[in-house]
Design a protein around this ligand. Structure first.
Ligand SMILES: Nc1ncnc2c1ncn2[C@@H]1O[C@H](COP(=O)(O)OP(=O)(O)OP(=O)(O)O)[C@@H](O)[C@H]1O
Ligand SMILES: [Mg+2]
Length: 310
């Protein structure tokens, strides 16, 4: 018995001549919250649709809790909850009716369908709107209905396709809170374009592009790939003068002035914070901001997906 819960083996999807997913292999184990990153059209949703049995792979397969998604699709699907991209269909149904319908489709009968729909309503804080039709709900509530149908059968694996897309900051916060809440007991794979979400929710991140895996790392590991990692950025009066002084420091590899901000990049393995603070003091510079950079995820993303160095 191993505790690998998802095991994708050379998973591929072709649409005519287009290779949407190209022999993708990866494993996800217990305790992992995996973020799928990648530009539009990278193949994130297609991969998720294959994992959840909504789309047959062109070749390759995946195992979910040991069940092959091609050979044993029903068993695989039983242990997965899936939030597709966009809003749930069946807009004319009320929240309660919809969730009871999903519960029955998931094999609950009679009273137990009603009970499990009720439990999902409670879990996702839908108590105020159970009798409202889905099409009349706000986006945030629609997303919660989507999450409710995904967890109704208490699956051990959750696949969530852009769960916070299009939500206002409060709703984003709330949906993230719900996801974090579930992450202690479930394996979660989410796709997102919001890099801060990966930092906030995930303990692992995969960047895919053109259907291929480019990077598989922790969010911290990803951020450390940034050329800004351990750099110092400061906002100072007379930045040109400061730049020429700072570029003489032996600990500095390079100094850049961009949009009024001065960034000093460390020479290999060197630390800059103290020496720069000292230099500021010695020269009596007027500094309104001085910060140590952890790294910039958006820059890493561009670098990885476009080979771009900013
Ligand atoms: N049914 C389809 N028929 C033809 N091509 C498709 C179909 N579905 C997806 N594609 C193509 O497959 C590629 C991958 O699409 P996919 O939706 O998986 O990307 P994605 O990473 O989810 O992108 P986004 O970030 O925009 O959601 C794209 O080029 C897309 O146009
Ligand atoms: Mg998508």
């Amino acid at each position: 018995m191993n505790d690998l819960c998802i095991e994708a083996r050379a998973l591929s999807k072709h649409y005519g001549g287009l290779v949407a997913v190209d022999e993708l292999s990866f494993e996800v184990g217990a305790g992992e919250v995996l973020g799928f990153l990648g530009p539009n059209g990278a193949g994130k949703s297609t991969t998720m649709k294959m994992l959840t049995g909504f789309l047959a792979p062109t070749s390759g397969t995946a195992l979910v809790n040991g069940h092959d998604i091609v050979e044993d699709s029903l068993a695989a699907r039983r242990s997965i909850g899936y939030l597709p991209e966009g809003a749930p269909s069946y807009g004319e149904m009320t929240v309660r009716r919809f969730l009871e319908f999903i519960a029955r489709a998931r094999g609950f009968e009679g009273k137990s369908a009603i009970t499990s729909a009720g439990a999902a309503i409670e879990r996702l804080n839908l108590d105020r709107v159970p009798e409202q039709t889905i099409e009349t709900l706000s986006k945030g509530f629609k997303r919660r209905v989507g999450l409710a149908q995904a967890i109704i059968h208490d699956p051990s694996v959750l696949i969530l396709d852009e769960p916070t897309d299009g939500l206002d900051p409060n709703q984003k916060h709330e949906v993230r809170h719900l996801i974090r809440d579930m992450s202690s007991e479930k394996i979660i794979v989410i796709s997102t374009h919001l890099l801060e979400e990966v930092d906030a929710l995930c303990n692992r991140a995969m960047i895919i592009s053109d259907g291929r895996l480019l990077v598989d790392d922790t969010p911290q590991g990803l951020i450390a790939r940034s050329r800004y990692h351990d750099a110092i950025t400061l906002v100072v009066e007379q930045p040109e003068k400061a730049a020429s002084v700072l570029s003489e420091l032996p600990q500095a590899r390079k100094v850049e002035l961009r949009e009024g901000e001065l960034t000093v990049f460390p020479a290999d393995g060197k630390k800059l914070f103290e020496v720069i603070s000292d230099t500021v003091r010695e020269n009596n510079w007027q500094v309104s901001e001085l910060r140590l950079e952890a790294g910039r995820l958006d820059e890493v993303f561009r670098q990885v997906t476009q080979g771009e160095v900013s």
